[in-house]
Design a protein around this ligand. Structure first.
Ligand SMILES: [Zn+2]
Length: 491
């Protein structure tokens, strides 16, 4: 996720001047394609975008060595329900949302699920134990009620954000299913990669931005049917509006589309250029992009931006939108391609992505903008620490904390994004460009379609420069202060 703009007097001015500041988490699984679970999903959007029918068949393949007798799905749409124990919304909503389960079968037989505390957890008991390599087929029918809000799931001004909205399997770790509670801080989602095949039925005049591979579109009466062919992803996301315009360009076999509302955006060509440039740069710097579609979509959105496989949402009211586009594009490699435990170790992707969104400028010949971006992160973090130490004497800016250990989005943003980016900057200054980019490529190659952790990331960096992780680890615990920034190597 890209940070939300922090509206704070002088800091805001400084951020605008510097041109940067926006707001906004094991072990590896088997990347062998034959071992993926499979989702076949049918979605049907109502004309008024208030509801989405969901028909989902999941063939789950159990990979862990511990036998299981239940599956756990996440119904994040229920975080938008009135009275949710851990709501996605910050203020009361004009209309609440949720996922209404209509039928649930396990290998064709009806099954009664058990909900967790806030109904984002759906436990599905199995009629038989699953051992390693066994499969089970779960079929889910239901309907998403779209809340009225500008969050990941929501309808605002005729624009539908449909992120983290469909039922997805939780992750099985350390002998149990994860049931992390929802939080408004960070991106509280962790998912394995799986095969996704999706069909979306929508009103013919509706414009759709979809994730995953490029959709084929056919017309059936007054409906369009979008078929998104089989691809590897962690979820499926779309955005829709009758008002969207789209600018697009093919680059290296990828169709890059920029969706926007013409009355909200006068620089759509420039934004498309930025998306194309960031995609090309990441392909050459870190490795191949996995889809033939990349949809960048401006929507009414509380956060700066949010990344999904093949689709990113961009806050249409943001300043510095180009920086958000770059940040979310980098996430296609780190955060989406290379998954992370975004609940317990969000820095693994957010800190790296924040650094790379500045480093992008250096890679594209604008060293000044790279340096000013890093300087701005440092200035912001220093300002945060000065204020923090007044109210919290002895405060340690520990990057390596779970989402629940941060008091505010502001603290989370400054510690994980800003300070996290400074940690990668310090490593980069020691490694130099060649070794740093070697580490990025090795990391992406080793963990693409898997879930990386800190040790996986450090192994890739140590592979490029022995011992570099020892200079990074103290940052995670809050032990490095500004005065002890590592010396700069010539790069
Ligand atoms: Zn992010």
């Amino acid at each position: 996720m890209k940070r939300k703009k922090l509206v704070m007097g002088l800091i805001l001015i400084a951020a605008v001047v510097a041109g940067v500041l926006a707001l906004t988490g094991c072990q590896p699984d088997n990347p062998d394609a034959e071992s993926y679970s499979n989702y076949r999903i049918g979605l049907e959007l109502s004309d008024d975008l208030e509801t989405v029918k969901v028909s989902e068949t999941v063939v789950y393949r159990h990979k862990a060595e511990v036998a299981i007798d239940q599956l756990v799905f996440r119904l994040y749409a229920n975080a938008y329900a009135e009275g949710a124990a851990y709501p996605a919304y910050l203020n009361a909503l004009g209309k609440y949302g949720g996922f209404e389960l209509q039928t649930l079968t396990c290998d064709g037989s009806p099954v009664t699920p058990v909900y967790g505390e806030d109904r984002t957890v759906l436990r599905v008991p199995l009629s038989r134990k699953l051992a390693t390599g066994d499969t089970v087929t779960i079929a889910v029918e239901g309907e998403v009620t779209v809340p009225h809000c500008n969050l990941r799931l929501g309808l605002t001004d005729g624009v539908l954000n449909f992120g983290n909205a469909i039922p997805v399997l939780s992750v099985f770790r350390d002998g149990q299913w994860r049931e992390d509670r929802y939080t408004q801080i960070g991106d509280p989602f962790v998912a394995e990669t799986a095969e996704f095949e999706v069909t979306v039925t929508a009103p013919a005049s509706l414009k759709l931005a979809t994730g995953g591979n490029k959709a084929t579109v056919s017309t059936d009466g007054n409906k369009n049917v979008f078929v998104i062919p089989k691809h590897i992803a962690r979820d499926f996301t779309l955005a829709a509006s009758y008002d969207f315009a789209v600018n697009e360009r093919d680059v290296d076999g990828v169709t890059v589309r920029y969706f926007y509302r013409p009355d909200k955006q006068t620089e759509a060509d420039a934004m498309l250029n930025t998306a194309v440039s960031a995609l090309e740069w990441m392909q050459s710097t870190a490795g191949d992009y996995p889809y033939d579609n990349y949809a960048v979509c401006e929507t009414p959105f509380y956060y700066g931006g949010m990344e999904y496989g093949g689709l990113v949402l961009i806050n249409d009211a943001s300043v510095g939108k180009d920086d958000i586009v770059i940040h979310e594009t980098v996430h296609q490699w780190f955060g989406v391609g290379v998954g992370s435990d975004a609940v317990n170790e969000s820095w693994v992707d957010e800190a790296l992505t924040t650094f790379l969104s500045h480093y992008y400028y250096k890679g594209n010949g604008n060293v000044d903008r790279f340096e000013s971006g890093i300087a701005n992160e440092r200035r912001q973090f220093d300002g945060f620490m000065k204020a923090r130490l007044l109210t919290h004497p002895g405060y340690r800016a520990e990057i390596d904390r779970n989402l629940y250990a941060f008091e505010t989005i502001y603290e989370y943003s400054l510690v994980v994004y800003s300070r996290g980016a400074l940690m990668f900057d310090a490593a980069y200054r020691l490694m130099g460009e060649r070794k740093f980019e070697q580490a990025l490529r090795a990391y992406y190659q080793a963990y693409s379609n898997r879930i990386a952790d800190a040790e996986g990331l450090f192994a890739a960096f140590d592979g490029a420069m022995r011992g570099i992780s020892e200079t990074m680890r103290p940052w995670l615990k809050g032990a490095v202060v500004q005065e002890s920034f590592l010396p700069r190597a010539s790069v």
